[in-house]
Design a protein around this ligand. Sequence first.
Ligand code: ZN
Length: 182
Amino acid sequence: MQYLLLTQLGDPVLRAKNKKLSVSEIRSNKIQKLIADMFYTVRKVHGVGLAAPQVGKNIQLAIIDIQETPTRPNLKPYPKKVIINPRIIEPTGTSTSAQQKTATDWEGCLSFNTIRGTVTRPNSITVEYLDEHGTKHTETVSGFPARVFQHEIDHLRGFVFIDRMKDMRTLMTLEEFINRIV
Ligand code: ZN
């Protein structure tokens, strides 16, 4: 398996449009190898998720691999996921904030790994996506996994977490985050 170079904030690939994959593309050797390499890479760098634009590919594919990391020592195990062509069904963009239960927590990103900040997001989402076999899933996810899904789906729309921050004063360097928060 191959370690993939991570694109960094400022690279236009993180802001570009991402192409949907067909089932035959998903099942191709090229995409299956990319998925395996992404899982290998995310473990090496202690991430919990990785989206294709972060390895230089403008396609709608991301992986989720939640396990304990040095800065998140108490994560509950969650099955590995490949999410392709995802669509958040609930909450919809038209739901009022009063109807949504939100949670605020710290986020970081492998595309600018020296920064942390707090992001408020819906606590629970229902998402539709294809897996690595091209099989369609509709799933309701809550808590930390819901946050990771939303962070990764944002990457597939050209957004990064700092675009979602309401209080920029919580931005901090990784060193301060480890000293003060972890
Ligand atoms: Zn990220």
